[in-house]
Design a protein. Structure first.
Length: 218
């Protein structure tokens, strides 16, 4: 497949394609046209074709897309054709909720360890994974081939913990702490802010109400 720079906007749409294609595949659908995908996903067919063209197209004129092939290829682009070993740092509300969510494993994200600085939590089990002290982290990362870390600790603690993770050779940080981390370029950070999504929801409610009010006033 042709290698070229793909925009982050396209990359950010791939997980959604992957999810829908997975559902089609599981439901026994063998092929799908860009128009059918467009109807299901509420994205224009031309956007879908444009996105897939970034990767050499995948489709055949008059046939559409082979669902299983497309699912597999997009999975490969997303790096889901291999498993990732993760640790969670911060065994509080959010860390526990993530550790308890079993579906990440179906996608190849395996939670191997959970660490916290609070001795009261050591030995507590979350789905068979014991909370360990931070002092164990370095050896654990090396022994268990850990490539990703989830940061669910207060923002004031995140920078120094991220520095340790980089030093231990972690390649990706899924950062829930509300702070921008500065890491070397061979380490990837994905920031998650659930409140951004909530604010977008609030905006859309507002916008809908404003639009409708405008119509009622006419
Ligand atoms: P929590 O207080 O329940 O858990 C935080 C855990 O981190 C505690 O167990 C604490 O002992 C541990 N901790 C603190 N300093 C540490 C350190 N230096 N090393 C290791 N462990 C340490 O808090 P909660 O609700 O789980 O939230 C965790 C973080 O995630 C907070 O910073 C919060 O603001 C953030 N958050 C972010 C969201 C997002 O969408 N990005 C959503 C919800 C929370």
């Amino acid at each position: 497949m042709e290698e070229k720079e793909i925009s982050q906007a396209v990359i950010s749409r791939l997980p959604r394609y992957f999810r829908y294609l997975g559902e089609l595949k599981d439901g026994g659908t063998e092929r799908v046209s860009s128009q059918e995908l467009s109807d299901i996903m509420k994205v224009t067919a031309s956007q879908i074709r444009q996105d897939f063209n970034n990767f050499g197209g995948f489709g055949q004129q008059g046939y559409g897309y082979n669902v299983e092939f497309l699912y597999y290829e997009i999975g490969k682009i997303l790096g889901l054709n291999k498993t990732h070993n993760l640790i969670i740092i911060g065994a509080g509300n959010l860390g526990q909720a993530l550790a308890n969510y079993v579906n990440f494993e179906r996608r190849g994200f395996l939670f191997k360890g959970i660490f916290d600085s609070n001795p009261a939590l050591y030995g507590n089990k979350i789905r068979d994974i014991e909370v360990q002290p931070m002092e164990n982290m370095e050896i654990f990362v090396k022994d268990n081939d850990i490539d990703m870390a989830v940061l669910t600790i207060p923002k004031g603690e995140a920078t120094k913990v991220a520095e340790l993770l980089v030093e231990y050779g972690i390649k990706g940080i899924w950062n829930f702490a509300h702070v921008d981390l500065s890491v070397p370029e061979d380490v990837q950070v994905e920031n998650v802010h659930l409140s951004d999504s909530l604010m977008k929801l609030s905006y859309n409610i507002n916008r809908f109400e404003m639009d409708n009010k405008g119509q009622q006033d006419i």
